[in-house]
Write a protein of this length. Structure first.
Length: 386
């Protein structure tokens, strides 16, 4: 809805601009018409609301660089182009040729043949890191030491110790750290949180979350199936489920248990239980061996929320969730939010404002701590206390 209003508002301005250029004599009439129609339709009011909630709008756009030509970088490059407070300036690859080809395809003006040379570019403010998880710590820490803000893909790191070192490095260098989990930035997430925190669900009891997809054949060279890149279903998929559980309960579990099956050296699937205070329990399952599922349920004593596509809404135009209660199911929809654009705009707002938000790295580090505890539980065959 926000984007629809926003773009339609600027289309109106654009149309008026053309008219001004061609029909000078109509300037006063056009302006009067524009002002009256804008006031009447409430768009000026919308703009002023948007301005007051985005106090950094007048500042120059944040200048982004991307470290590697990863598959996911295509989606995020589009998001940076669409984001109103961000410019995509540079991309680096391990070869200059790949960087140049990718840069041309994705409209990125500056290309580098090494990651180090991109980090040395003093014109860049923020770096997006979509490298394999085993490389996240090394390059996040280097980026922080170059004074760059870091949006690093999930899982934040190969383990919690690395994640803590990344958060420390960013804090010490005065830069923001955030993981690349996109769904938390969708307006739908705020709408669901509202239902969780108001009286709708009653007292919270359960969160159940699943994220799976199926590989009939394990693809050779895929980073998810490679131990040396810190692959595995928990980091790749279960990370989102843990993120949803911590988000819904706004708490850390007291203890966890998990069972996993390993193939080609990585956890190919995993099922886990997380115990929280106040009679709250969460379960999750993730794996590369079951058809696509990306849902969660948050259940309370009175009602529950069901979101069947929480990681990525099935449609960019409209995202849905349901409240299941005694009187039936209420369908809720949120229109016109592109979650990866919302993520980039949020990150750039933080950079522009200079007010760093520790919350983002804390959540990511906590998610890694739960990942570690679940894997330890599987390995030891016992409940692990956190
Ligand atoms: N947030 C999301 O929705 C989302 C979705 C998908 C993936 N991800 C995450 O994003 C990250 C990347 O995933 P992806 O599937 O996009 O990965 P990918 O396509 O395999 O790309 C990884 C990139 O890392 C670079 N790289 C550096 N050293 C490498 C090495 N030794 N071997 C292979 N590649 C190397 C390569 O770029 P150059 O050749 O250009 O240097 C490669 O293109 C992962 O952490 C993943 O979990 C997030």
């Amino acid at each position: 809805m926000m984007y629809a209003y926003y773009y339609s508002f600027y289309s109106t301005i654009f149309a008026v601009k053309i008219k001004l250029k061609t029909v000078y004599s109509l300037i006063p009439m056009c302006l009067t018409y524009f002002l009256l129609s804008a006031i009447l339709s409430g768009k000026l009011r919308y703009q002023s609301i948007r301005r007051s909630s985005m106090t950094t709008e007048a500042r120059p756009p944040v200048r982004w660089g991307i470290l590697s030509t990863a598959n996911i970088a295509t989606k995020v490059a589009r998001a940076i182009h669409l984001a109103e407070n961000s410019d995509l300036v540079a991309v680096a690859s391990r070869t200059e040729e790949r960087a140049a080809t990718w840069g041309k395809e994705h409209n990125v003006p500056v290309t580098y043949g090494t990651y180090d040379s991109l980090l040395a570019d003093e014109s860049l403010d923020a770096i997006y890191i979509p490298l394999p998880p085993s490389l996240h710590a090394e390059w996040t820490i280097k980026a922080a030491e170059h004074g760059k803000h870091v949006l690093c893909e999930k899982p934040l790191a190969a383990n919690a110790d690395e994640a803590i070192a990344m958060a420390d490095a960013c804090r010490q260098n005065g830069v923001q750290l955030m993981d690349g989990v996109m769904w938390v930035h969708h307006e739908r997430t705020a709408a669901m949180k509202q239902k969780i925190t108001d009286a709708t669900l009653g007292q919270l009891r359960r969160v159940t979350a699943a994220f799976t997809f199926n590989w009939d054949t394990i693809p050779v060279g895929n980073i998810r199936a490679m131990k040396e890149f810190a692959g595995g279903s928990l980091g790749d998929l279960g990370y989102y489920c843990i993120c949803a559980i911590l988000w819904a309960f706004d708490d850390m579990p007291a203890q966890v248990f998990a069972t996993a099956r390993y193939k080609v050296g990585v956890d190919f699937n995993l099922a886990g239980i997380l115990w929280f205070s106040d009679e709250r329990i969460a379960t999750l399952d993730c794996g590369f061996d079951t058809g696509l599922r990306k849902w969660f349920e948050v259940a309370g004593t009175r009602a529950s929320i069901v979101c069947d596509d929480f990681t990525v809404p099935t449609s960019e135009d409209s995202a849905r969730f349901w409240v299941h209660g005694m009187d039936g199911n209420e369908r809720n929809t949120i229109d016109g939010c592109i979650q990866e654009v919302a993520m980039i705009e949020r990150f750039s707002q933080i950079v522009q404002s200079g007010n760093l938000e520790a919350h983002w790295s804390e959540v990511a580090v906590n998610t890694m701590r739960v990942c570690d505890a679940l894997l330890e539980s599987h390995q030891r065959g016992e409940i692990i206390k956190l």
